[in-house]
Ligand binder design. Structure first.
Ligand code: CUA
Length: 352
């Protein structure tokens, strides 16, 4: 009786969890709602696989049920042995040919999509953007070499066109994944660069995750892809090429502190990539370090002791006092270099 109750209870807990978990997931973080070319291809492949699985499942279950009912042991037949059959050419041909056909139905579009996703025929053409993506423990660097722009955490792309990515890692293997507009691709250390492309159909903010276990803060290695219209994208590039790092009078002290303590790793503008994330346009990010709610208090806590938020990250703790961190935070929150994408960002934050 007890075991039976336990099983029943487990069944209800699992059912409740299933219901609960199906509600999980932000809109623009789902491979099931494709909003870009790559994710569209992958979604179609998933649908074909599921259709084939369902087809096989239904046929097998139908035969199983039929046999179970039709050939079950009946009362008074306990010793009855039915006629034994061995070898049936027709049957064997059928159950060999059908799986071959099913595999072909699955294989042809899969191979097609694989080549399609690797297509780089327009790469390097006039007006086609190629962005350098570098995975780091635990943040992302994005470089636009043609436009001399460096940024981190927020990847800006124009909608409706193919944007190529050249991808590497500065330390261990990471994986760049933006499920709602593309598939995923590893970033490798050394010279083993990978490439892929992004193509977003509509404007929006698409969340990305690192999809390769890369250390204690792997699950906190989030980033965003912000897709804006081509006109806005040009505006963004112009804004980013004319960054004014000068602070207002109130944050002057913060800027001095920043330059003395932080600048070695955290460039502003197109400075060297640096060991840490580029801080250009920091004020327009909707998360600190990709995962923390943006408030001055959180920013000060992060500057003083980043380890408590992202274990194993490379930023040293207690480099500055809390007062100094507060002044640096004032300065950072002034780094508002481009409004492009800001409304989309805000809309997305409100939705959460
Ligand atoms: Cu980087 Cu996981």
């Amino acid at each position: 009786m007890r075991g039976w109750m336990g099983k029943l209870r487990a069944f209800f807990i699992f059912s409740a969890l299933t219901l609960l978990l199906t509600g999980c997931g932000v809109d623009n973080l789902s491979a099931l709602k494709p909003k870009g070319y790559g994710s569209d291809l992958l979604f179609d492949l998933m649908m074909i696989s599921i259709a084939i699985m369902l087809f096989v499942f239904i046929i097998v279950m139908a035969i199983y049920t039929f046999v179970l009912i039709r050939y079950r042991q009946r009362k008074g037949q306990e010793d009855f042995i039915p006629k034994q059959t061995e070898g049936n050419k027709a049957l064997e041909v059928i159950w060999t040919v059908i799986p071959i056909i099913l595999l072909l139905v699955l294989a042809v579009p899969t191979v097609q999509a694989t080549f399609d996703l690797a297509d780089e025929s327009t790469k390097g053409d006039e007006g086609v953007t190629t962005i350098e993506v570098t995975g780091n423990q635990y943040w992302w660097h994005f470089g636009y070499p043609d436009d001399e722009i460096s940024t981190s955490q927020d990847l800006y792309i124009p909608t409706g066109e193919r944007v190529y990515l050249d991808m590497k890692s500065s330390d261990v293997i990471h994986s760049f994944w933006v499920p709602s507009i593309a598939g995923k691709m590893d970033t490798n250390p050394g010279d083993n660069d990978n490439t892929m492309y992004l193509e977003a159909y509509e404007e929006g903010v698409y969340w990305g995750h690192c999809a390769e276990l890369c250390g204690p803060s792997h699950s906190l290695m989030d980033f965003r892809v912000i897709a804006v219209s081509p006109e806005e994208y040009d505006q963004w590039k112009e804004d980013m090429q004319n960054v004014d790092p000068e602070a207002t009078a109130e944050a002057q002290e913060g800027q001095d502190l920043y330059e003395n303590n932080c600048m070695g790793c955290h460039a502003i503008g197109d400075g060297a990539a640096g060991q840490g994330p580029n801080m250009t346009n920091f004020a327009n990010r909707t998360k600190i370090a990709g995962v923390i709610e943006p408030s001055k208090e959180n920013l000060v806590d992060w500057i003083v002791n980043p380890e408590q938020f992202k274990p194993g990250n490379q930023m040293p703790a207690n480099l500055v006092s809390e007062d100094e961190a507060s002044q640096i935070a004032d300065y950072l929150m002034e780094l508002d270099h481009s409004d492009v994408g800001a409304s989309a960002s805000e809309a997305e934050v409100e939705e959460e």
